[in-house]
Design a protein around this ligand. Structure first.
Ligand SMILES: Cc1cc2nc3c(=O)[nH]c(=O)nc-3n(C[C@H](O)[C@H](O)[C@H](O)COP(=O)(O)OP(=O)(O)OC[C@H]3O[C@@H](n4cnc5c(N)ncnc54)[C@H](O)[C@@H]3O)c2cc1C
Length: 370
């Protein structure tokens, strides 16, 4: 890989102290130095390593999108709205237990549960909500454990720490479900030029989640705690536009908070993210505007396509054509995220020649701000 690999002190200086950390968890669980505490990554002590996996895996250190795309799909990074893909469909789970627990159509949980059942994978790295709205990475080996992780936590979670821990064990084939920054980190792990390969060859399936932004834990939690019994918050949701609200299930009923009150808690790093649909995944999964209970699914690899087909044959999912208007709108939203991020990056660096962490992204040139 042509990008320069530095060490943990540089990661702290360039990413953590500049508020670029996504809390993906890719730098955690590798050594005793980086730890997470209440939604923040902390370097516990001086580590003088000049090159580290922590720096190499981070989705906000220099990242060649072109090299990650080549490694994932054998094709150049297109820099278009949705990234490399074979088809876009909509789908929903036919599994009642999965539907009851999951965020929208239950596709992420149902596909992971099926892949485990059929022995295509022997473990999956998911995100589990713990006490006080904090989430962490969890390793699931069966449907019960998968469903315990179903549903979205809009607060960023250091999920990938569980990959580093899980991959050390005796598993041979591991899936991971994550938001775009986590999926980019997984792509960078596959490119890692350092000697320690980190068992990345065990990663055999990546399901990406659409994401516009994720929230910072501490201030958001403090904000909620002032008015709500946070330990009683059930499902959270951000329904597609024009709703413009953040919803939470509480014992007294559904509570909607205007999105404008939530926006101050968006992680600053999300404003420089060019990826809405987790472009380096086998399958990317999101909502379908105007059709509750369904997922949009971007099928990107043959492996992803085979899993969808297997799930249809096993009658655990239903697949349908995504209406053209939905596809158009998805593309528009994904392009808008790219344009806004590029504007924010150039505002931050003061130069179109310095795109912060983005390298090998010449394909994005047509979207550069004037
Ligand atoms: C922070 C965040 C922002 C999102 N923004 C959008 C958006 O703008 N537009 C859109 O269409 N969809 C968005 N999604 C995706 C959406 O909420 C659903 O996850 C997706 O549609 C899959 O639905 P499902 O019914 O198949 O999920 P399920 O079957 O319920 O599976 C959900 C999966 O999400 C994982 N998960 C939960 N919280 C997190 C987290 N914090 N980090 C990583 N993984 C997590 C769980 O491990 C679980 O495997 C977002 C998700 C997250 C976590």
């Amino acid at each position: 890989m042509s990008t320069e690999i530095k060490g943990p002190q540089d990661l702290e200086k360039e990413v953590i102290k500049t508020d670029l950390c996504t809390l993906c968890g890719a730098c955690l669980g590798l050594c005793p130095y980086f730890r997470v505490y209440k939604g923040k990554v902390v370097l516990m002590d001086n580590c003088n390593l000049s090159q580290g996996r922590c720096y190499s895996f981070c989705p906000r250190t220099p990242s060649s999108l072109d090299e990650v795309n080549q490694r994932t799909f054998g094709a150049p990074y297109p820099g278009d709205s949705l990234g490399t893909h074979l088809q876009v469909v909509m789908a929903k789970s036919l599994d009642k237990a999965a539907l009851a627990k999951s965020q929208y159509g239950g596709i992420a949980s149902t596909l992971v549960a099926l892949a485990l059942k059929k022995g295509m994978i022997d473990a999956a790295i998911l995100t589990k909500r713990e006490k006080e709205l904090l989430s962490s990475g969890a390793l699931a080996r069966n449907k019960r454990q998968v469903l315990a992780c179903a549903g979205s936590n809009y607060i960023a979670s250091p999920t990938l720490e569980a990959f580093h821990k899980g991959a050390q064990d005796s598993y041979k084939s591991i899936a991971a479900v994550g938001i775009p920054c986590q999926v980019l980190a997984l792509g960078k792990m596959r490119l890692n030029p350092l000697e320690d390969k980190n068992n990345i060859e065990k990663l055999s399936l990546v399901i990406g989640l659409f994401c516009t932004w994720a929230l910072s834990y501490r201030d958001f939690f403090r904000f909620l705690k002032k008015e709500y019994a946070v330990q009683k918050i059930g499902k959270m949701d951000i329904p597609p536009p024009p709703a413009n609200v953040f919803q939470m299930e509480l014992p007294e009923g559904l509570k909607s908070i205007p999105l404008d009150l939530i926006r101050p808690f968006i992680r600053p790093t999300c404003t420089v993210c060019v990826d809405m649909t987790a472009e380096f995944s086998d399958l990317s999964v999101g909502a379908v505007e105007g059709l509750a209970g369904w997922n949009t699914v971007i099928v990107r690899t043959l492996r992803g396509q085979e899993l969808m087909e297997e799930a249809r044959r096993a009658r655990v999912i239903e697949i349908a054509e995504l209406p053209g208007a939905n596809l158009d709108h998805l593309k528009e939203a994904a392009l808008l995220k790219k344009k806004r991020a590029l504007e924010n990056i150039v505002k931050r660096t003061g130069s179109k020649e310095n795109l912060l962490y983005l390298q090998g992204a010449d394909a994005l040139r047509p979207l550069w701000p004037d």
